[in-house]
Design a protein around this ligand. Structure first.
Ligand code: FES
Ligand code: FES
Length: 221
């Protein structure tokens, strides 16, 4: 038998191998096509749409600002990045340090935990709107007099918080340490410390901060 005339067994082996390879090729190429299609579909499904924006009117420090914003932007980021009011600081961005405190309709809030679109139409006051370098708010002046800051990072939040905190006391809002809920709270050192406990100071300027607040509240520490 010549080399070009293989026996039946040899021929069957070759055919089986060739057929298997062809079948595998078909299968693989089929699998690849399906996989490609699925990948393409899931890429299309996962591709985020262009973020939609919303028109919002923010009234900050007595001025109206019409902004197109991503509805997910926090008030803190809108103030700092869109309006360039960088007084309110981003410390933790989780509502735990108070560095971003601003006033909304006279009440203190941590601006990292609220969306800008939620504050439309409200009166927002930042440290820049409390006073000016030429005419400081009494709380700002007291912080300067009592040296109530070191690095100053927490200071805008401390001052905004202190201003609103004294208003809360005046309005009779009780705190965790108010002993007698039937009588008006007074801005004692203990009350002020408790009510300011949401504002952290990494420099530890607490003692001088308390002196400044006590002076504005008109009480002795
Ligand atoms: S940055 Fe908002 S509470 Fe810390
Ligand atoms: S003065 Fe530095 S964190 Fe308070």
């Amino acid at each position: 038998m010549s080399a070009f005339n293989p026996g039946r067994r040899q021929w069957l082996k070759s055919s089986a191998a060739a057929g298997g390879a062809a079948a595998a090729g078909t299968l693989l190429s089929g699998t690849k096509t399906v996989a490609d299609t699925m990948a393409a579909e899931s890429a299309t499904a996962a591709a985020p749409d262009a973020p939609s924006t919303m028109n919002v009117l923010l009234r900050v420090n007595g001025r109206d600002h019409q902004l197109m914003v991503d509805p997910r932007i926090t008030l803190l980021d809108a103030l700092r990045e869109r309006l360039h009011l960088t007084g309110a600081k981003k410390g933790c961005d989780q509502g735990q340090c108070g560095a971003c405190t601003v006033l909304v309709d006279g009440r203190r809030i941590v601006s990292c935990l609220t969306l800008a679109v939620m504050q439309e139409g409200r009166e927002i006051t930042t440290i820049e709107g409390l006073g000016t370098p030429a005419k400081l708010h009494p709380m700002q002046a007291a912080f300067v007099r009592h040296d109530g800051f070191q690095c100053g990072f927490c200071t805008p939040g401390q001052i905004c918080s202190a201003v609103a905190m004294l208003e809360e006391v005046k309005a009779g809002v009780p705190s965790h340490v108010t002993a007698d809920l039937t009588r008006a709270a007074s801005p004692t050192a203990q009350e002020c410390r408790e009510r300011m406990s949401g504002n952290l100071c990494r420099c530890g300027a607490y003692s001088n901060i308390q002196d400044a607040i006590a002076e504005v509240a008109g009480v002795r520490r």
